[in-house]
Ligand binder design. Structure first.
Ligand code: G3P
Length: 218
């Protein structure tokens, strides 16, 4: 399973990348705004900075919602760097645009996915990645992990190549559950990744080993 970090914060991206286990980055307009990155030119420059840190796919989201403008915006984003993946919302014009990008060798990430039906449409359009939002489904009392499981089953039935990129993954348990049900990728905050390190028996055991070593060498 690939690990993507879901942020536009360059320090956190560097920290995750330095761990040596980062495979890519996802962003969205809200994450850009959170870092104070506003205005088209600044946003485009920021994508280039992210691409210079991480050697992996970087999702850059369009803000257009009609076919012609999604195509124009997506081409501009894709031209920034070979690792840019054009992130397109799950709407009719978005699906049409994903088909266009697929036919023209541009990678895509279909975002704001909340149902298996939407997942089928994106796979048929040839999306590179599909982003079902786990946490936001949990927020409204639907099991987000169940949706990942259902999509995995459907995609395997038809050998769809679209990778399931579990998004809105908010904690370390979400990551483990996504791995159990066969997500291809998880994207999450740095804290969810570093949370995987934690176990009190690791801390206790290491403290004991170091104390015993010190006894023998004092
Ligand atoms: O990748 C989608 C993600 O940014 C949404 O996360 O926590 O706002 O639901 P959240």
């Amino acid at each position: 399973m690939k690990f993507f970090i879901d942020t536009a914060n360059l320090e956190q991206i560097k920290e995750a990348n330095d761990l040596g286990i980062l495979d890519g980055v996802t962003t969205n307009p809200s994450l850009m705004a959170k870092e104070g990155i506003t205005g088209t030119e600044n946003i485009l420059e920021h994508y280039k900075k992210i691409c210079s840190i991480v050697d992996g796919d970087v999702s850059a989201e369009v803000i257009s919602t009609d076919y012609a403008n999604i195509i124009e915006e997506g081409k501009k984003l894709a031209a920034l760097h070979p690792n840019i993946v054009v992130k397109v919302p799950m709407i009719k014009d978005g699906i049409k645009a994903i088909k266009y990008f697929t036919d023209n060798g541009i990678k895509t990430n279909c975002t704001l996915v909340f149902s298996a039906g939407q997942a089928i449409l994106a796979a048929k359009a040839g999306a590179t990645y599909l982003s079902p939002f786990v946490g936001r489904l949990d927020d409204i009392s639907f099991d987000g992990i169940d949706l990942i499981h259902q999509i995995r089953h459907i995609y395997d039935n038809y050998n769809y190549k679209t990778e399931i990129l579990a998004a809105s993954v908010r904690n370390s348990l979400h990551i483990i559950k996504c791995a159990e049900v066969g997500a291809d990728v998880v994207t999450c905050p740095l804290s969810s990744i570093t949370g995987l390190f934690n176990h009190p028996l690791t801390d206790k055991g290491l403290a004991q080993f170091l104390a015993d070593y010190a006894k023998g060498n004092s």
